[in-house]
Design a protein around this ligand. Structure first.
Ligand SMILES: Cc1cc2nc3c(=O)[nH]c(=O)nc-3n(C[C@H](O)[C@H](O)[C@H](O)COP(=O)(O)O)c2cc1C
Length: 282
């Protein structure tokens, strides 16, 4: 298939067959990740392959009991790894201070996502579906313990993979012309912004469960896989919080604005415990 068509048909997959991904394909996914671009070609990346049932279950717990992480045959934990780079520098009578340099962190995180996205594209071309699981960011400390990550290694993204059982179809997107700017940024009017998101999500209806297929596919998929009444709980919360539009659904329920700010303390603390400190004294 043409690469463009492949990319246009890609969807995050959360419902996987139990059959494992053959070792030689896992090996290719790792090779492709390793061949992704890397700032300065420093390659501050480690990937933990999680395939054993008990480790999948532990990882699922760490990411908020997302059932696909437990059920999928493979999850890859993408770790920002300054441990290896620091040791190498020290062994060579020099110093690498990535754990204190925000610039190194930003570039390394970009490397990590470039590698992960390379894996999703290769996987897709091989008939393997994948879904990012970003919630590991809220549980870096526990994940470091479970997977025995040394100082200066941060587990920052999980990619869960397997052969798709079903693929979601109703995922809305902004129109490409909304995100593109030619030569210079052109600020949209309030009316254009409202219209862009209306076109994306369509009408809001608190009582219509099929709304979740567009706005919270995770809940629908979790329920299919024995999750604990995610959709029912979501509909109840929508009523309790008096959610009356798409934006409120996202920023009052799914990502409550104040709660997201409060998460900073937890994330920063877990980074500090891993030996990172970007914002301390120079
Ligand atoms: C950084 C990032 C974090 C994500 N975290 C999760 C997650 O924790 N759980 C999940 O089920 N999907 C997660 N996703 C997948 C998104 O929900 C998905 O990409 C989005 O709904 C758009 O659907 P599509 O990938 O099918 O286009 C994540 C995606 C990205 C890029």
């Amino acid at each position: 298939m043409d690469l463009f068509d492949l990319l246009m048909q890609r969807r995050s997959v959360r419902n996987f067959e139990a059959r494992p991904i053959p070792d030689e394909i896992v090996d290719r996914l790792v090779q492709a990740a390793n061949n992704a671009p890397s700032g300065g070609n420093i390659q501050p990346l480690s990937i933990v392959l999680v395939q054993a049932a008990e480790n999948r279950a532990r990882l699922a717990e760490l990411v908020g009991e997302q059932p696909w992480v437990r059920n999928a045959p493979l999850s890859m934990i993408f770790c920002l790894d300054f441990h290896r780079v620091k040791r190498w520098a020290a062994l060579n009578d020099t110093e690498f201070l990535g754990e204190r340099a925000f610039s190194h962190f930003l570039i390394a995180y970009a490397d990590l996502m470039a590698a992960a996205q390379t894996v999703t594209v290769l996987a897709e071309s091989l008939g393997i579906g994948s879904v990012y699981v970003g919630t590991i960011q809220s549980n870096v400390g526990a994940a470091r313990e479970v997977f025995e990550l040394p100082e200066h290694v941060l587990p920052l993204m999980v990619l869960t993979l397997g052969y798709p059982k079903t693929v979601p179809h109703r995922i809305p997107k902004l129109k490409p012309e909304v995100i593109v700017h030619r030569e210079k940024y052109r600020a949209s009017s309030d009316a254009e912004i409202a219209a862009a998101f209306d076109a994306k999500y369509g009408a809001f209806d608190r009582k219509d469960e099929s709304y979740l297929e567009k706005a919270f596919i995770e809940a629908v998929e979790a329920d299919k896989q024995g999750g604990d009444g995610w959709s029912r709980m979501t509909m109840k919360e929508m009523t309790r919080l008096e959610i009356s539009n798409n934006a409120q659904f996202l920023f009052r329920f799914r990502y409550p604005a104040e709660e997201m700010v409060k998460l900073n303390a937890r994330i920063i603390d877990s980074f500090r415990r891993a030996g990172f400190d970007f914002f301390g004294e120079e």
